[in-house]
Design a protein around this ligand. Sequence first.
Ligand SMILES: NC(=O)c1ccc[n+]([C@@H]2O[C@H](COP(=O)([O-])OP(=O)(O)OC[C@H]3O[C@@H](n4cnc5c(N)ncnc54)[C@H](O)[C@@H]3O)[C@@H](O)[C@H]2O)c1
Length: 349
Amino acid sequence: MAQLPSPKALVPFVSVENMMRLVHRIGLETVLKELTDVIEADFRRWESFDKTPRVASHSREGVIELMPTSDGEIYSFKYVNGHPKNMARGLQTVTAFGLLAEVSTGYPVLLTEMTILTALRTAATSAMAARHLAPKGARTMAMIGNGAQAEFQALAMKAVLGIEHVRLYDIDPQAIAKAVINLSGSGLMVTPCTSPQAAIEGAEIITTCTADKQYATILTDNMVGAGVHINAIGGDCPGKTELHRDILLRADTFVEYPPQTRIEGEIQQMDPDYAVTELWKVVTGEAKGRSGARQITLFDSVGFAIEDFSALRYVRDRVSATSFYQELDIIADPDEPRDLFGMLQRAKA
Ligand SMILES: NC(=O)c1ccc[n+]([C@@H]2O[C@H](COP(=O)([O-])OP(=O)(O)OC[C@H]3O[C@@H](n4cnc5c(N)ncnc54)[C@H](O)[C@@H]3O)[C@@H](O)[C@H]2O)c1
Protein backbone atom coordinates (compact mmCIF):
# COMPACT_ATOMS: atom_id res chain seq x y z
CA MET A 1 0.00 0.00 0.00
CA ALA A 2 1.22 3.55 -0.75
CA GLN A 3 2.84 5.23 2.24
CA LEU A 4 1.12 8.33 3.50
CA PRO A 5 3.51 11.28 3.87
CA SER A 6 3.79 12.85 7.33
CA PRO A 7 0.62 14.62 8.33
CA LYS A 8 0.67 18.38 8.14
CA ALA A 9 -1.48 21.11 9.54
CA LEU A 10 -2.57 21.93 5.98
CA VAL A 11 -4.86 19.16 4.76
CA PRO A 12 -5.24 18.32 1.03
CA PHE A 13 -8.83 19.01 -0.01
CA VAL A 14 -10.42 17.77 -3.27
CA SER A 15 -13.34 19.99 -4.26
CA VAL A 16 -16.17 18.91 -6.58
CA GLU A 17 -14.50 20.92 -9.37
CA ASN A 18 -11.17 19.17 -8.83
CA MET A 19 -12.79 15.72 -8.57
CA MET A 20 -14.40 16.32 -11.98
CA ARG A 21 -10.99 17.36 -13.42
CA LEU A 22 -9.28 14.33 -11.88
CA VAL A 23 -11.86 11.92 -13.34
CA HIS A 24 -11.44 13.42 -16.83
CA ARG A 25 -7.65 13.47 -16.56
CA ILE A 26 -7.60 9.73 -15.81
CA GLY A 27 -10.63 8.83 -17.97
CA LEU A 28 -13.99 7.79 -16.48
CA GLU A 29 -13.86 4.13 -17.52
CA THR A 30 -10.25 3.81 -16.35
CA VAL A 31 -11.28 5.26 -12.96
CA LEU A 32 -14.11 2.72 -12.75
CA LYS A 33 -11.79 -0.18 -13.63
CA GLU A 34 -9.05 0.95 -11.24
CA LEU A 35 -11.54 1.53 -8.43
CA THR A 36 -13.01 -1.93 -8.98
CA ASP A 37 -9.55 -3.42 -8.48
CA VAL A 38 -8.77 -1.26 -5.42
CA ILE A 39 -12.09 -2.21 -3.78
CA GLU A 40 -11.50 -5.87 -4.60
CA ALA A 41 -8.02 -5.69 -3.05
CA ASP A 42 -9.53 -4.31 0.17
CA PHE A 43 -12.29 -6.98 0.15
CA ARG A 44 -9.46 -9.54 -0.01
CA ARG A 45 -8.13 -8.25 3.31
CA TRP A 46 -11.61 -7.76 4.81
CA GLU A 47 -10.60 -9.24 8.15
CA SER A 48 -7.99 -6.54 8.79
CA PHE A 49 -10.66 -3.81 9.00
CA ASP A 50 -12.64 -2.48 11.97
CA LYS A 51 -16.27 -2.96 11.00
CA THR A 52 -19.49 -1.55 12.36
CA PRO A 53 -22.94 -0.94 10.86
CA ARG A 54 -23.09 2.71 9.87
CA VAL A 55 -24.41 5.25 12.36
CA ALA A 56 -27.74 6.39 10.93
CA SER A 57 -29.99 9.27 11.93
CA HIS A 58 -33.41 8.63 10.42
CA SER A 59 -36.20 11.13 9.75
CA ARG A 60 -39.45 10.99 7.85
CA GLU A 61 -37.74 12.53 4.81
CA GLY A 62 -34.58 10.44 4.75
CA VAL A 63 -31.41 9.49 6.54
CA ILE A 64 -28.05 11.03 7.47
CA GLU A 65 -25.25 8.53 8.02
CA LEU A 66 -21.65 8.33 9.19
CA MET A 67 -19.63 5.43 7.78
CA PRO A 68 -16.34 4.79 9.61
CA THR A 69 -13.66 2.10 9.26
CA SER A 70 -9.93 1.60 9.79
CA ASP A 71 -7.27 -0.92 8.78
CA GLY A 72 -5.08 -0.01 11.74
CA GLU A 73 -2.93 2.38 9.67
CA ILE A 74 -5.54 4.58 8.04
CA TYR A 75 -8.93 5.64 9.38
CA SER A 76 -11.76 6.89 7.17
CA PHE A 77 -15.29 8.13 7.43
CA LYS A 78 -17.95 9.32 5.03
CA TYR A 79 -20.85 11.63 5.76
CA VAL A 80 -23.72 10.74 3.43
CA ASN A 81 -27.44 11.41 3.20
CA GLY A 82 -30.33 9.72 1.41
CA HIS A 83 -33.41 11.91 0.86
CA PRO A 84 -35.64 10.57 -1.97
CA LYS A 85 -37.93 13.63 -1.83
CA ASN A 86 -35.03 16.05 -2.39
CA MET A 87 -35.29 15.73 -6.17
CA ALA A 88 -38.71 17.42 -6.20
CA ARG A 89 -37.03 20.41 -4.48
CA GLY A 90 -34.20 20.55 -7.03
CA LEU A 91 -31.77 18.85 -4.62
CA GLN A 92 -29.92 15.56 -4.95
CA THR A 93 -31.07 12.39 -3.18
CA VAL A 94 -27.50 11.49 -2.14
CA THR A 95 -24.65 13.89 -1.25
CA ALA A 96 -21.44 13.07 0.58
CA PHE A 97 -17.99 14.10 1.72
CA GLY A 98 -15.29 12.12 3.49
CA LEU A 99 -11.97 12.08 5.24
CA LEU A 100 -8.85 9.90 5.61
CA ALA A 101 -6.66 10.16 8.69
CA GLU A 102 -3.40 8.64 9.88
CA VAL A 103 -4.12 6.29 12.77
CA SER A 104 -0.74 6.81 14.45
CA THR A 105 -1.27 10.57 14.96
CA GLY A 106 -5.00 11.03 14.32
CA TYR A 107 -4.16 13.83 11.87
CA PRO A 108 -6.36 14.07 8.74
CA VAL A 109 -4.47 13.52 5.48
CA LEU A 110 -7.31 14.04 2.97
CA LEU A 111 -10.70 15.73 2.90
CA THR A 112 -12.76 15.33 -0.26
CA GLU A 113 -16.10 15.69 -1.91
CA MET A 114 -17.72 12.26 -2.12
CA THR A 115 -20.97 12.76 -4.05
CA ILE A 116 -19.26 11.94 -7.35
CA LEU A 117 -16.92 9.54 -5.57
CA THR A 118 -19.88 7.63 -4.07
CA ALA A 119 -21.41 7.17 -7.53
CA LEU A 120 -18.03 5.90 -8.79
CA ARG A 121 -17.41 3.54 -5.88
CA THR A 122 -20.98 2.20 -5.89
CA ALA A 123 -20.69 1.45 -9.61
CA ALA A 124 -17.26 -0.12 -9.12
CA THR A 125 -18.58 -2.28 -6.26
CA SER A 126 -21.49 -3.43 -8.46
CA ALA A 127 -19.03 -4.36 -11.20
CA MET A 128 -16.79 -6.17 -8.73
CA ALA A 129 -19.74 -8.20 -7.46
CA ALA A 130 -20.97 -8.92 -11.00
CA ARG A 131 -17.46 -10.05 -12.00
CA HIS A 132 -17.90 -12.90 -9.49
CA LEU A 133 -21.64 -13.52 -9.73
CA ALA A 134 -23.03 -12.64 -13.17
CA PRO A 135 -23.34 -15.29 -15.89
CA LYS A 136 -20.14 -15.52 -17.93
CA GLY A 137 -20.34 -13.64 -21.21
CA ALA A 138 -23.19 -11.37 -20.05
CA ARG A 139 -23.65 -8.61 -22.63
CA THR A 140 -27.01 -6.99 -21.74
CA MET A 141 -28.06 -5.21 -18.57
CA ALA A 142 -31.32 -3.65 -17.47
CA MET A 143 -31.00 -0.41 -15.52
CA ILE A 144 -34.18 0.30 -13.55
CA GLY A 145 -34.04 3.73 -11.92
CA ASN A 146 -32.25 6.23 -14.14
CA GLY A 147 -31.25 8.83 -11.56
CA ALA A 148 -27.87 10.16 -10.44
CA GLN A 149 -26.20 6.74 -10.08
CA ALA A 150 -27.47 5.19 -13.33
CA GLU A 151 -24.89 6.12 -15.99
CA PHE A 152 -22.02 5.26 -13.63
CA GLN A 153 -23.55 1.83 -13.03
CA ALA A 154 -23.90 1.15 -16.75
CA LEU A 155 -20.39 2.34 -17.61
CA ALA A 156 -18.77 0.28 -14.84
CA MET A 157 -20.48 -2.85 -16.20
CA LYS A 158 -19.20 -1.94 -19.68
CA ALA A 159 -15.65 -1.19 -18.52
CA VAL A 160 -15.24 -4.18 -16.20
CA LEU A 161 -17.50 -6.89 -17.69
CA GLY A 162 -17.78 -5.91 -21.34
CA ILE A 163 -21.52 -5.17 -21.24
CA GLU A 164 -22.56 -3.92 -24.69
CA HIS A 165 -26.28 -3.14 -24.32
CA VAL A 166 -28.19 -1.29 -21.57
CA ARG A 167 -31.98 -1.26 -21.38
CA LEU A 168 -33.30 1.71 -19.39
CA TYR A 169 -36.48 2.17 -17.39
CA ASP A 170 -37.63 4.80 -14.87
CA ILE A 171 -41.11 5.87 -13.77
CA ASP A 172 -40.08 9.35 -14.89
CA PRO A 173 -39.59 9.53 -18.69
CA GLN A 174 -37.36 12.61 -18.21
CA ALA A 175 -34.89 10.49 -16.24
CA ILE A 176 -34.79 7.94 -19.07
CA ALA A 177 -34.26 10.71 -21.64
CA LYS A 178 -31.42 12.17 -19.54
CA ALA A 179 -29.68 8.78 -19.33
CA VAL A 180 -30.14 8.14 -23.07
CA ILE A 181 -28.42 11.46 -23.85
CA ASN A 182 -25.65 10.93 -21.30
CA LEU A 183 -24.86 7.43 -22.57
CA SER A 184 -24.94 8.32 -26.27
CA GLY A 185 -21.41 8.11 -27.61
CA SER A 186 -20.35 5.83 -24.74
CA GLY A 187 -20.11 2.79 -27.02
CA LEU A 188 -23.09 1.17 -25.29
CA MET A 189 -26.19 0.32 -27.26
CA VAL A 190 -28.96 2.08 -25.33
CA THR A 191 -32.63 1.06 -25.41
CA PRO A 192 -35.23 3.15 -23.55
CA CYS A 193 -38.13 1.00 -22.31
CA THR A 194 -41.68 1.74 -21.21
CA SER A 195 -41.96 -0.81 -18.40
CA PRO A 196 -39.67 -2.76 -16.06
CA GLN A 197 -40.82 -5.97 -17.80
CA ALA A 198 -39.65 -4.61 -21.15
CA ALA A 199 -36.35 -3.42 -19.64
CA ILE A 200 -35.37 -6.82 -18.27
CA GLU A 201 -36.11 -8.67 -21.53
CA GLY A 202 -32.94 -10.49 -22.55
CA ALA A 203 -30.89 -8.94 -19.75
CA GLU A 204 -28.41 -11.18 -17.92
CA ILE A 205 -27.78 -8.45 -15.32
CA ILE A 206 -30.64 -6.48 -13.74
CA THR A 207 -29.70 -3.43 -11.69
CA THR A 208 -32.37 -1.74 -9.60
CA CYS A 209 -31.37 1.73 -8.41
CA THR A 210 -34.57 3.55 -7.49
CA ALA A 211 -35.21 5.97 -4.65
CA ASP A 212 -38.45 5.81 -2.69
CA LYS A 213 -38.75 5.49 1.06
CA GLN A 214 -41.12 2.52 1.10
CA TYR A 215 -41.29 -1.24 0.62
CA ALA A 216 -41.45 -0.89 -3.16
CA THR A 217 -41.84 -3.74 -5.65
CA ILE A 218 -39.68 -2.80 -8.60
CA LEU A 219 -39.34 -6.47 -9.53
CA THR A 220 -41.90 -9.20 -8.83
CA ASP A 221 -41.04 -12.88 -8.74
CA ASN A 222 -42.70 -13.76 -12.06
CA MET A 223 -40.57 -11.14 -13.87
CA VAL A 224 -37.26 -12.76 -12.94
CA GLY A 225 -36.14 -15.70 -15.08
CA ALA A 226 -33.55 -18.34 -14.19
CA GLY A 227 -29.86 -17.57 -14.50
CA VAL A 228 -29.85 -13.79 -14.08
CA HIS A 229 -27.76 -11.67 -11.73
CA ILE A 230 -29.67 -9.00 -9.81
CA ASN A 231 -27.79 -6.01 -8.49
CA ALA A 232 -30.14 -4.29 -6.00
CA ILE A 233 -28.72 -0.89 -5.07
CA GLY A 234 -31.66 1.30 -4.08
CA GLY A 235 -32.97 -0.54 -0.99
CA ASP A 236 -30.49 0.72 1.54
CA CYS A 237 -32.28 1.78 4.69
CA PRO A 238 -34.98 0.45 7.05
CA GLY A 239 -38.40 0.51 5.36
CA LYS A 240 -36.84 0.98 1.88
CA THR A 241 -36.63 -2.09 -0.40
CA GLU A 242 -37.05 -2.81 -4.11
CA LEU A 243 -37.64 -6.55 -4.59
CA HIS A 244 -40.59 -8.78 -3.79
CA ARG A 245 -39.55 -11.18 -1.03
CA ASP A 246 -40.42 -14.22 -3.20
CA ILE A 247 -37.42 -13.37 -5.40
CA LEU A 248 -35.20 -13.69 -2.34
CA LEU A 249 -36.66 -17.13 -1.67
CA ARG A 250 -35.40 -18.28 -5.10
CA ALA A 251 -32.10 -16.39 -5.16
CA ASP A 252 -28.69 -16.94 -3.60
CA THR A 253 -28.01 -13.67 -1.83
CA PHE A 254 -24.61 -12.02 -1.40
CA VAL A 255 -24.04 -9.11 0.97
CA GLU A 256 -21.34 -6.73 2.17
CA TYR A 257 -21.53 -6.73 6.00
CA PRO A 258 -24.46 -8.85 7.30
CA PRO A 259 -25.12 -6.87 10.54
CA GLN A 260 -25.68 -3.73 8.41
CA THR A 261 -27.49 -5.42 5.51
CA ARG A 262 -29.96 -7.21 7.83
CA ILE A 263 -31.10 -3.73 8.99
CA GLU A 264 -30.96 -1.92 5.65
CA GLY A 265 -30.96 -4.32 2.70
CA GLU A 266 -33.55 -6.31 0.78
CA ILE A 267 -33.07 -9.04 3.41
CA GLN A 268 -34.74 -6.87 6.08
CA GLN A 269 -37.94 -8.49 4.68
CA MET A 270 -36.69 -11.99 5.52
CA ASP A 271 -36.37 -14.02 8.73
CA PRO A 272 -33.19 -13.31 10.71
CA ASP A 273 -31.83 -16.76 9.78
CA TYR A 274 -32.25 -16.20 6.00
CA ALA A 275 -28.94 -17.48 4.57
CA VAL A 276 -26.55 -15.00 2.95
CA THR A 277 -22.97 -15.23 1.70
CA GLU A 278 -20.50 -12.46 2.47
CA LEU A 279 -19.12 -11.12 -0.81
CA TRP A 280 -15.56 -10.87 0.52
CA LYS A 281 -15.53 -14.66 0.98
CA VAL A 282 -16.38 -15.10 -2.70
CA VAL A 283 -13.55 -12.69 -3.59
CA THR A 284 -11.02 -14.69 -1.54
CA GLY A 285 -12.35 -18.03 -2.84
CA GLU A 286 -13.57 -19.13 0.60
CA ALA A 287 -17.18 -19.26 -0.64
CA LYS A 288 -18.75 -20.09 -4.00
CA GLY A 289 -20.05 -17.33 -6.25
CA ARG A 290 -22.13 -18.42 -9.24
CA SER A 291 -22.43 -22.18 -9.26
CA GLY A 292 -24.90 -22.92 -12.04
CA ALA A 293 -26.43 -21.57 -15.24
CA ARG A 294 -29.96 -21.45 -13.79
CA GLN A 295 -29.00 -19.94 -10.44
CA ILE A 296 -30.34 -16.47 -9.62
CA THR A 297 -27.64 -14.48 -7.85
CA LEU A 298 -28.56 -11.35 -5.91
CA PHE A 299 -26.09 -8.74 -4.70
CA ASP A 300 -28.08 -6.98 -1.95
CA SER A 301 -25.96 -3.82 -1.99
CA VAL A 302 -26.36 -1.21 0.73
CA GLY A 303 -22.90 0.38 0.54
CA PHE A 304 -20.28 -0.32 3.17
CA ALA A 305 -17.55 1.83 4.74
CA ILE A 306 -14.68 -0.27 3.34
CA GLU A 307 -15.73 0.70 -0.21
CA ASP A 308 -15.41 4.37 0.79
CA PHE A 309 -12.07 3.68 2.44
CA SER A 310 -10.85 2.15 -0.85
CA ALA A 311 -12.19 5.08 -2.86
CA LEU A 312 -10.58 7.64 -0.54
CA ARG A 313 -7.27 5.78 -0.65
CA TYR A 314 -7.49 5.71 -4.48
CA VAL A 315 -8.17 9.45 -4.70
CA ARG A 316 -5.30 10.21 -2.35
CA ASP A 317 -2.88 8.18 -4.49
CA ARG A 318 -4.16 9.57 -7.80
CA VAL A 319 -4.41 13.22 -6.78
CA SER A 320 -0.97 13.48 -5.20
CA ALA A 321 0.90 13.96 -8.50
CA THR A 322 -1.61 16.57 -9.76
CA SER A 323 -2.62 20.11 -8.92
CA PHE A 324 -6.24 18.99 -8.42
CA TYR A 325 -6.40 19.82 -4.73
CA GLN A 326 -6.14 22.77 -2.37
CA GLU A 327 -4.59 22.88 1.07
CA LEU A 328 -7.06 23.57 3.86
CA ASP A 329 -6.16 25.23 7.11
CA ILE A 330 -8.36 23.05 9.35
CA ILE A 331 -5.83 21.77 11.89
CA ALA A 332 -4.30 24.17 14.41
CA ASP A 333 -0.47 24.34 14.30
CA PRO A 334 0.86 26.01 17.46
CA ASP A 335 4.66 26.64 17.41
CA GLU A 336 4.89 24.61 20.61
CA PRO A 337 2.21 21.86 20.75
CA ARG A 338 0.90 22.89 24.19
CA ASP A 339 0.79 26.60 23.37
CA LEU A 340 -2.60 26.69 21.64
CA PHE A 341 -3.37 29.89 23.54
CA GLY A 342 -0.15 31.45 22.25
CA MET A 343 -1.11 30.51 18.70
CA LEU A 344 -4.43 32.35 19.10
CA GLN A 345 -2.47 35.55 19.58
CA ARG A 346 -1.12 35.34 15.98
CA ALA A 347 -4.42 36.70 14.71
CA LYS A 348 -4.70 39.57 17.19
CA ALA A 349 -5.23 42.84 15.38
N1 LIG B 1 -26.03 0.65 -2.30
C1 LIG B 1 -25.29 1.73 -2.36
O1 LIG B 1 -24.09 1.68 -2.09
C2 LIG B 1 -25.91 3.02 -2.79
C3 LIG B 1 -25.08 4.10 -3.15
C4 LIG B 1 -25.69 5.25 -3.64
C5 LIG B 1 -27.07 5.35 -3.71
N2 LIG B 1 -27.84 4.30 -3.27
C6 LIG B 1 -29.30 4.35 -3.35
O2 LIG B 1 -29.65 4.21 -4.72
C7 LIG B 1 -30.88 4.87 -4.97
C8 LIG B 1 -30.77 5.74 -6.19
O3 LIG B 1 -29.86 6.80 -5.94
P1 LIG B 1 -29.75 8.02 -6.96
O4 LIG B 1 -28.68 8.91 -6.43
O5 LIG B 1 -29.64 7.52 -8.36
O6 LIG B 1 -31.21 8.67 -6.73
P2 LIG B 1 -32.04 9.64 -7.70
O7 LIG B 1 -33.10 10.24 -6.85
O8 LIG B 1 -31.12 10.52 -8.47
O9 LIG B 1 -32.71 8.62 -8.75
C9 LIG B 1 -33.66 7.69 -8.39
C10 LIG B 1 -34.53 7.40 -9.61
O10 LIG B 1 -35.43 6.34 -9.26
C11 LIG B 1 -36.63 6.58 -9.98
N3 LIG B 1 -37.71 5.77 -9.40
C12 LIG B 1 -38.35 5.93 -8.22
N4 LIG B 1 -39.29 4.96 -8.06
C13 LIG B 1 -39.22 4.17 -9.17
C14 LIG B 1 -39.92 3.02 -9.60
N5 LIG B 1 -40.89 2.48 -8.86
N6 LIG B 1 -39.57 2.46 -10.79
C15 LIG B 1 -38.58 2.99 -11.55
N7 LIG B 1 -37.88 4.10 -11.21
C16 LIG B 1 -38.20 4.68 -10.02
C17 LIG B 1 -36.82 8.09 -9.86
O11 LIG B 1 -37.73 8.58 -10.83
C18 LIG B 1 -35.39 8.57 -10.04
O12 LIG B 1 -35.12 8.90 -11.41
C19 LIG B 1 -31.22 5.64 -3.68
O13 LIG B 1 -32.20 4.93 -2.99
C20 LIG B 1 -29.92 5.66 -2.91
O14 LIG B 1 -30.12 5.72 -1.54
C21 LIG B 1 -27.29 3.13 -2.84
